[in-house]
Every structure is written in C-alpha cells, then in structure tokens.
Design a protein around this ligand. Structure first.
Ligand code: 5GP
Ligand code: MN
Length: 318
C-alpha cells in the first residue's frame, strides 16, 4: 500500500524537505507544518521551504522554522503537500526534482501525479484532512500543535466548514481535534475572521470595480500592482477577494484577476456557487484547481484577460 511505502521512505531518509504550492494559503502552510511536526515524532528533523507566505500564518507552531531556501541541494526525500503539479511548486521545484525520492500528497481534482509515490484524494476538502488520516495510520499522536496546523488547513480550504466538499468526516476530525485541546475558535478568528487593513482597502477597490455580466450570473473585478502598492499590501492580502462576487445573490461564477509581477498578464481566480465546474474552465486556460475554486495565469491586459476567461465561462454557463 502506498501509505506503508511512504512511511518506509520517511524512515529511510536522513534529509527531508517539505514543499508546497506558490502563493500558499492556509492549507498549504498548515499541511507543511503539520508534516514537519509529525515527522519529528518519527525522529526526523525536516526542512519546510516556503519562500513567501502571509503573516496571517505566522502564529502557527514551528512557523518560525520555515526557510526561504536551503543550503542542501539534494535531499534524500522531498514531500510535496497541497500541490497539483510540479510547475506550481515554483521555487521549490528544484528541491523536488533533485531529491532521491519524491512523495506527493494532495487533494486537487486535477493532479499530474508527479511524485514517485502519489497519495491523492480529490474528494478530501483539504490536504490537511488527508494528513490527519495518514498520521493516525502511522500511529502519530495528534498533539494540540499538530492539530492547530491541521485545523488551519481545514478551516481555510472549506471557508469555515461552508463549502460543499465538507463531509461528516470533516466534522468528526474537527470534533476529535477539539477534544484533543485544539483551540478551533481561536484559529478560526485568526485565519478567517481577521482581515488586514490592506486586505480591507483592496476589497473596497475591487468592490467598486465589480461588474455584473451574463444577466448577473457572473461578476468580474481586477487588481493591479499599483493598487497593491497604494494600500501597502503584503503577501496574501488578496485572499478572499474573489469570494466577494460569489457571495452575491444570483451570481454563479466570480472572476477576480490580479496583475502578476514580472509578467505581462494576470493571475485568474475563479469561484462557482452551484453548477459550474470552474476547474474545467481553468484547465482550458492552462491552469487547474477544484470544481468550485480554480485558477490559472492568462497573458494580456485587463480587458483581454476578461474576454478570454469570459468566453470559456459562457460555454459552461446555463
Ligand atoms: P486561488 O484562486 O485561491 O488562487 O486558487 C484556487 C484553487 O485553484 C487552488 O486550489 C489552487 O491550487 C488552484 N490554482 C490556482 N491557480 C492555479 C494554476 O495556475 N494552476 C493550477 N494547476 N491550479 C491553480
Ligand atoms: Mn488545499
């Protein structure tokens, strides 16, 4: 079984690196740190390499040990968490490619199975939910520190238990974590309810620019690098802006694009409410993701990107 092989590889390895996707969200950072803490119980001191992440997650146990890069260039084992393909590992790609053994643990519906061992469950609402099951199988004790990282991923990737991917098991895991002393209310407050001032200022800007298209079934809005500069935005301050459109009555698809530094284009975020599969739309544009939350990069001006994305969405909108 893959899980037994994964445990064997972990036990064998002397140097281990944990990697995740670029612009990491709570599930990415939470999964990485949960893996680091779990491996410590197996007697392994693994490096977590995340070049940039939001300060929202600095409260997480072991976050102060996250490295931007490493002097080790060839690890015995690389473990990728919450990442659908090699390209999305961005700066972590090299560490993954050069490692002797490569393990990949993920929950994206579109996954390229880029590891030697791929443990992928596309119906898990968060990568952290896969990890808790895996750790229990490995006999790892779910301590409050480990549980805090896990619940962070579950809370952020389910929008606070609201998305349709949430199952009875999700609540069972949450109940178990609560019993083990994890302060879920505190994590919820820190990662979902609290907004940075810059995030709030950006929400004003993108709300003002919000357009209602296709009989109000689609919203479109955008953000440029200049906007980020004007409000003093930091890493992660765009999080949640795409939800503004989706939360409006009658809207099926929300499109939010933000200018990507050093490129001639925009990072596209897509969200749907009931029936549109935005992962399919994102794939047509070279990206990927989940049925109701997906993304891609599209070259062009705001207007050009908008038209390219809209033309794909029109094909799937009822
Ligand atoms: P977000 O809109 O929050 O950036 O991303 C939503 C979902 O789509 C996430 O699960 C993310 O991993 C995925 N996603 C975003 N951009 C890309 C992309 O360029 N390629 C792929 N494969 N997935 C993406
Ligand atoms: Mn995730």
């Amino acid at each position: 079984m893959t899980l037994d092989s994964i445990l064997e590889e972990i036990k064998k390895a002397e140097t281990i690196v944990i990697l995740t996707h670029e612009t990491p969200d709570g599930d990415a950072v939470g999964s990485s740190l949960a893996m680091k803490i779990a491996l410590r119980q197996l007697g392994k001191d693994a490096d977590v390499i995340i070049p940039k992440y939001s300060r929202t997650f600095e409260f997480l146990p072991d976050a102060n040990k996250i490295k931007a890069e490493s002097e080790i260039k060839k690890y015995d084992l690389a473990i990728s968490v919450d990442c659908s393909d090699l390209k999305r590992l961005a700066e972590g790609k090299e560490y993954f490619e050069t490692a002797k053994t490569k393990i990949e643990i993920d929950h994206h519906s579109i996954n390229t199975m880029f590891g030697d061992y791929n443990f992928v469950n596309p119906v898990a609402p968060a990568c952290c939910e896969i990890l808790i099951g895996m750790f229990e199988y490995f006999g790892i004790e779910i301590t409050p520190e480990l549980g805090t990282c896990i619940i962070t991923g579950i809370i952020t990737d389910t929008g606070g238990f609201q998305y349709s991917g949430v199952t009875a098991e999700t609540f069972e895991f949450a109940a178990e974590l609560l019993q083990k002393g994890v302060n879920i209310s505190n994590v919820y407050q820190k990662v979902l309810s609290t907004k940075t001032r810059a995030n709030f200022e950006l929400s004003r800007i993108v709300s003002n620019r919000m357009e209602f298209l296709e009989d109000g079934k689609v919203t479109f809005t955008y953000m440029n690098l200049e906007d980020e500069k004007n409000v003093g935005a930091e890493e992660g301050d765009h999080e949640g802006l795409v939800e503004l459109g989706r939360n409006i009555e009658g809207v099926e698809v929300s499109i939010f694009i933000r200018q990507k530094e050093g490129t001639e284009g925009y990072k596209v975020s897509l969200r749907s409410k009931e029936y549109v599969n935005v992962a399919d739309v994102a794939i047509m544009l070279g990206g990927g993701g989940h049925i109701k939350a997906a993304g891609c990069f599209v070259q062009g001006t705001v207007e050009e990107v908008k038209q390219k994305v809209l033309s794909e969405i029109r094909k799937v909108l009822k």
